[in-house]
Design a protein around this ligand. Structure first.
Ligand code: CA
Length: 225
């Protein structure tokens, strides 16, 4: 899952980014409203976390502008002020949720998860394909009841596959959702990680789930595509 974080205060930005990365989210950071508008339109984010008080254009403006342009990515607003007008204004301008600083990181993460889930109409946090299971809360993955330890990147990759089963996922889609913008598109990282992941989830099992579709992309499916 890839998140755009819009926050001008370096310490706050670094705190949030670090915490989200620990939870396996990809995070792109910008520090002002205009960059936020550009980035939000340039990439397909799963969530936008938007501070209200920003230099230049503020978060309310950015929110309104994004909705006007037809973008329906979930938006979580952050502000230092606990003012009712801010909250109402934010929600009226298309934000999905609102959090007042300082906040507990636990609550923040719960809201992030809930917004990403709501967006994809998902109510469950455990996803299952054949005998492969992934728990979005604990980040545990198991196949046929045996736990499979994954690195952060492998987990992020598998989660994206499990949320989009039986669907061809192109390199571009994987890049958009599993890697952040610092990713070198010329490198063979995607293939490398697909191979790591396949070794862990498929190698010891008779039924392969992660398929390569020549020149098209990859698919997670119980059936051979
Ligand atoms: Ca700010």
């Amino acid at each position: 899952m890839r998140i755009l974080l819009v926050e001008d205060e370096p310490r706050m930005a670094s705190f949030i980014r670090k915490g989200l990365k620990q939870e396996n989210y990809c995070v792109d950071l910008v520090a002002d409203g205009i960059s936020a508008l550009q980035e939000a339109e340039a990439s397909d984010y799963d969530l936008i976390i938007l501070d209200i008080m920003l230099p230049g254009r503020d978060g309310i403006y950015v929110c309104r502008e994004l909705r006007k342009r037809g973008l329906n990515t979930p938006i979580l607003l952050l502000t230092a002020r606990d003012a009712v007008e801010d909250k109402v204004q934010g929600l009226d301008n298309g934000a999905d949720d609102y959090l007042t600083k300082p906040f507990s990181f636990e609550e923040f993460l719960a809201r992030v998860r809930s917004l990403i889930r709501r967006d994809s109409q998902r109510k469950v946090t455990r996803i299952r394909i054949a005998d492969l299971e992934l728990d979005q809360l604990s980040h545990e993955v198991s196949r046929a009841g045996t736990k499979i330890p994954l690195t952060a990147k492998e987990y992020a990759l598998l989660e994206y596959f499990m949320l989009n089963p039986n669907r061809v996922l192109t390199r571009a889609m994987l890049m958009e959702h599993v890697w952040d913008r610092n990713f070198d598109t010329l490198s063979n990282s995607i293939e490398v990680y697909i191979n790591f992941l396949r070794k862990k989830i498929d190698k010891k099992f008779s039924q392969p789930l992660l398929h390569t579709l020549y020149s098209r992309g990859y698919m997670l499916s119980e059936e051979i595509p």
